[in-house]
Design a protein around this ligand. Structure first.
Ligand SMILES: Nc1ncnc2c1ncn2[C@@H]1O[C@H](COP(=O)(O)OP(=O)(O)OP(=O)(O)O)[C@@H](O)[C@H]1O
Length: 235
């Protein structure tokens, strides 16, 4: 029996350097370790410029770390060829940015169906799964609305539903409440927590709203590229 435990997302000794000046480098991530298990939300906090978005971009396999290991479900992505990494990203990772980036001319359900087509899945099931995911985020009644007919909170819910379309194992969320008022922010964070449990995904959420941190399972702080060991939050 194989008893090896592989967290959904694992970063080990990850360092990321950006070129800075003529010969210098800037260390945006400095020996970062982070492990996120399925069904849990890890909140990532820290001052501006501390490296939070860099960490998400490396975890999303959108940029290569300078050194260290990034694993998704036990697969070391740092050793994969570009095509395999792109495939793994599309099959395992859902990314939610602060701005939903919806296409203005498409209805809510079409936003989800087109994402599935871009993923190479043009099956007829895409539409029924899209309706299902809109229902999960409480927008079944708004499936035929276009972005300008939705509130900011509803647009962010479409964004979340779209990220769920590909059955991700890992959800990476960057400031999901940046454009929302307090009430809508809280309901979006609560929704992210409940889908994390319902779909058994590992969610890492960058947030400046420390008020909502207690809704997550653990919190880790970035400071000058270094990450503290995540602290568990009592239920
Ligand atoms: N493409 C880049 N090239 C060079 N330096 C970069 C680049 N992207 C980010 N940085 C630098 O890396 C450091 C970390 O930036 P990052 O965006 O990850 O921080 P952050 O914690 O997400 O900040 P914020 O909360 O303001 O979004 C900063 O010093 C930033 O200036």
């Amino acid at each position: 029996m194989n008893t090896t435990y592989n967290p959904a997302l694992n970063l080990e000794g990850v360092t990321l350097e950006y070129p800075d000046g003529e010969n210098g480098t800037l260390k945006a991530l400095d020996n970062v370790n982070l492990s996120a298990a399925a069904g849990t939300v890890t909140a990532l906090v820290g001052p501006s410029g501390s490296g939070k978005s860099s960490l998400l971009a490396v975890a999303a396999t959108l940029i290569h770390s300078t050194s260290g290991r990034v694993s998704i479900g036990g697969i070391d992505v740092t050793t994969l060829h570009d095509r395999d990494r792109t495939k793994l990203r599309s099959e395992k990772i859902g990314i939610i940015f602060q701005q939903p980036n919806l296409l203005p001319s498409l209805t809510a359900v079409e936003q989800l169906v087109i994402a599935e087509h871009l993923r190479g899945n043009s099956s007829k099931d895409a539409r029924s799964r899209a309706m299902e995911m809109l229902d999960v985020v409480g927008l079944a009644e708004s499936a035929r609305r276009r972005p300008h007919q939705l509130s900011g909170g509803q647009r962010q819910r479409v964004n979340i539903a779209r990220a769920l379309m590909g059955h991700p194992a890992v959800l990476l969320v960057d400031e999901p409440t940046a454009a929302l008022d307090h009430e809508r922010s809280e309901s979006v964070v609560r929704l992210l927590c409940s889908i994390t449990r319902e779909f058994d995904v590992a969610t890492v959420m960058v947030t400046h709203d420390t008020e909502f941190v207690p809704l997550s399972d653990a919190v880790a702080t970035m400071r000058d590229g270094s990450l503290t060991v995540p602290r568990l939050i009592a239920a």
